[in-house]
Design a binder for this molecule. Sequence first.
Ligand code: ZN
Ligand code: ZN
Length: 129
Amino acid sequence: MNIKNCPKCRKIFSPMVGQVICSDCIKEEEEEFEKVKGYLRENRGAGINIVSDETGVSIKKILKYLREGRLEITDEMVDFLKCEKCGISIKSGQYCRNCLEKVSKDLSSVLIKNDENNKETAKMHIRRK
Ligand SMILES: [Zn+2]
Ligand SMILES: [Zn+2]
């Protein structure tokens, strides 16, 4: 049977395809996500530091939700998230619309590169077993 250690809580679990952390930790992360979402719903315009303090969820994680597009920023939340290229205020993702257009031109080559990297890691995984 395929088993591994959860990188978060060190518990041994048998992962499903693509599963990185154990189901307990997945549940915990879901709860944290709901907490952040709920807080933002009731405190529109709150800065990221306040949200992190009040919910106990790290800024890094909140940014991750935003980058993944799971959280969206409302109009009141100016300066909550910034474009990684030009620094203007954005609502979700990594870049503003302008930069995204520029970036998407180079995106196809980047995607191919990422794909090769993934293959490399997959190979290493097999070797380690
Ligand atoms: Zn775990
Ligand atoms: Zn930009």
